[in-house]
Design a protein around this ligand. Structure first.
Ligand code: AGP
Length: 608
């Protein structure tokens, strides 16, 4: 989704800081980019395409200014063209605006503005904002009042940054769309001094300015900020709001590639460390105790999970854990939840979202909260909207994830859901059985990363017609996730199925050129049934890749085997998933796809 960066107090480094911030936001997905620089004179440069294209354009121009805004746009209203790229300006060019979100009443505002003589140069909803600011300025409003007047007229979701010619300040507002303020450090690290002097930043996400500061303030819905020689935050009525400054705990290097070709590969390899962080201090060595703080004190009598994409697969897994413990639990696609809301009763509503900003998930959580339900966010992002709006938060502690494809955060979600169910719904027997396998996860995954044959498998099948993934029970969400990962980064047709469903339709798609990845763990009834499904596809000449711990005879019927260490079936889901992540990565790499920034996709999906 769109990315915003803005800064003041960086002097001659302003333009460079903006472009750097945009590069750091590339992971969010975008199709055009632009910057605006201000103070005495205001100038804008923007273009369809990638940041390289913007940099090329900037090298041919002479933009300067000491306060600025930048934007990466992910098209919603209008195609990715130069004209639709942000920043947007009004008729006079005195105002420049960047926006993330959707202005729902833009059509009527646009008609009213047009009737009053304004002419528009883009198809976007955003462009009404600079025209509204301009109009208020022309009516004699002071810059901040003009900005507030414009924002008071728009409805919908927005994170907005604005510049006004002749003003050494950055104006910002948020509603239902993330916006964070960075408080720069002075060279001697004096926070009080930096609060007076800056530099100050606004951004959709912390990586945009993490190289300059770890001190942040999260804007809440309905709040405004003016950044100049200080940071001034006010509510809708203009009343100053006291905010606490929080410190980001991860380093700027964590948002680099550390020598890997892609963020996705780096993040796959970071899973052992991410899981250690997730579990640290939360399980004891002997496996008897799980401590997740106040969240562990909950005792849900029913659980409804709401989530999207990969997080929905984690939700399917989490619902199984609770049902297994005798607690009724269901996973819902967040985008469908509000249109057919189930009774909430006394159920706990759990939103699983690595970003904490997914609009569909937030909307489902709000829908449930409005009906009186208690809510929990399972998220990776401290200070995110989900974390702030829910009654409780369980952090997965995976560290920053930049690749659009979720990898280490899926592992973190599954691990955290195990902790959650063990702490709130399961007894000591389950804890003694499962906790040791959680403790071994990091080592087991490292073993897979060191020895995986996934690359050879990928090379063997990179030109197939389609790819199918099957699994039962805990391996069913893994099958769905394996297919999602492959399709989103390789653009190949991939589908995941509950293994037992194959014969009810999908089997008609199976040919000698459609490899089937089957995850088989253990040697019990569930495993044997999946082995039966492997035989069904083998009889139709499909190549089979078994992802297995070797306890069943699945390997005998497979063309290739991807091994996982023996462990509890719940933990084995995370291990099998690592093999499938690697297969997806290497197929996409063989096909030369832009793995970290797949076409049409965004890391943080902030529109419904
Ligand atoms: C995962 O690889 C996808 N990029 C996507 O499905 C993602 O999981 C989904 O958009 C939900 O995101 P969230 O976890 O931030 O809510």
């Amino acid at each position: 989704m769109c990315g915003i960066i803005g800064c003041v107090g960086r002097g001659e480094q302003t333009l460079q800081t903006l472009v750097h911030g945009l590069e750091k936001l590339e992971y969010r997905g975008y199709d055009s980019a632009g910057v605006g620089l201000g103070s005495e004179r205001l100038s804008v440069s923007k273009t369809a395409g990638e940041i390289d294209a913007l940099s090329q354009k900037l090298s041919e121009q002479n933009l300067s200014g000491t306060v600025g805004i930048g934007h990466t746009r992910w098209s919603t209203h209008g195609p990715p063209t130069d004209a639709n790229a942000h920043p947007h300006q009004g008729c006079t060019g005195r105002v420049a605006v960047v926006h993330n979100g959707i202005i729902e009443n833009y059509q009527e505002l646009r008609e009213e503005l047009t009737a009053r003589g304004h002419s528009f140069s883009s198809d976007t909803d955003t462009e009404v904002v600079p025209h509204l600011i301009e109009e208020a300025l022309e009516e004699g409003a002071e810059p901040e009042a003009a900005f507030r007047s414009a924002i008071s007229q728009i409805e919908g979701s927005y994170a907005i940054g604005a510049l006004i010619e002749g003003v050494e300040a950055l104006f910002a507002a948020r509603n239902d769309s993330p916006l964070v303020i960075g408080i720069g450090l002075t060279p001697d690290g004096d926070q009080d001094a930096s609060l007076r002097d800056g530099p100050f930043f606004i951004a959709s996400d912390v990586p945009a300015f993490r190289d300059f500061t770890a001190n942040v303030v999260y804007l809440d819905d309905g709040e405004f900020a003016r950044l100049d020689g200080g940071v001034h935050i006010t509510d809708r009525n203009g009343t100053p709001v006291e905010k606490s400054i929080e410190t980001i705990e991860w380093d700027a290097e964590e948002t680099g590639k550390s020598g890997y070709d892609h963020y996705m590969l780096k993040e796959i390899h970071e899973q052992p460390r991410a899981l250690r962080q997730c579990l640290s201090g939360r399980i004891d060595e002997l496996g008897g105790n799980v401590d997740i703080g106040a969240v562990g004190e909950l005792s849900p009598t029913g659980v409804q999970f709401v989530a999207c994409g990969t997080s929905y697969h984690a939700a399917l897994y989490g619902a199984q854990l609770f049902r297994q413990a005798g607690v009724p639990a269901q996973a819902f696609l967040a985008s469908e939840y509000a249109s057919s809301p189930p009774p909430v009763g006394n159920d706990l509503i759990v939103g699983i979202t690595q970003s904490g900003e997914t609009a569909d998930t937030l909307s489902a959580l709000r829908e449930a909260a409005n009906r009186g339900a208690e809510t929990l966010a399972v998220t990776n992002t401290v200070g995110s909207t989900a974390a702030r709006e829910c009654d409780h938060t369980l952090y997965i502690r995976s560290g920053p994830e930049i690749g659009v494809a979720a990898t280490k955060t899926f592992a973190g979600q599954l691990a955290a859901l195990n902790l959650f169910s063990l702490a709130t719904a399961e007894g000591s027997t389950a804890r003694r059985e499962v906790v040791p396998s959680l403790r071994d996860l990091a080592g087991d995954i490292q073993h897979i990363l060191d020895d995986s044959q996934a690359r050879a498998v990928a090379d063997a099948y990179a030109d197939s017609d389609a790819y199918f993934f099957i699994g039962r029970r805990y391996q069913f969400p893994v099958a769905l996730e394996g297919a999602l990962k492959l399709k989103e980064i390789s653009y190949e047709h991939a589908e995941g199925f509950a293994a037992g469903e194959l014969k009810h339709g999908p089997l008609a798609l199976v040919t000698a050129n459609t490899p089937v990845f089957a995850t088989v763990i253990g040697d019990g009834e569930v495993a044997q049934k999946t082995v039966g499904n492997i035989k069904e596809v083998e009889a139709r000449d499909a190549p089979v890749v078994a992802v297995t711990d070797g306890k069943s005879d699945a390997g005998m019927y497979a063309d290739h085997v991807l091994e996982v260490p023996e462990t509890h079936p719940r933990a084995a889901a995370l291990l099998a998933n690592v093999q499938l992540q690697l297969v997806a990565y290497h197929i996409a790499n063989d096909l030369g796809r832009p793995i970290d920034k797949p076409r049409n996709l965004a890391k943080s999906v902030t529109v419904e």
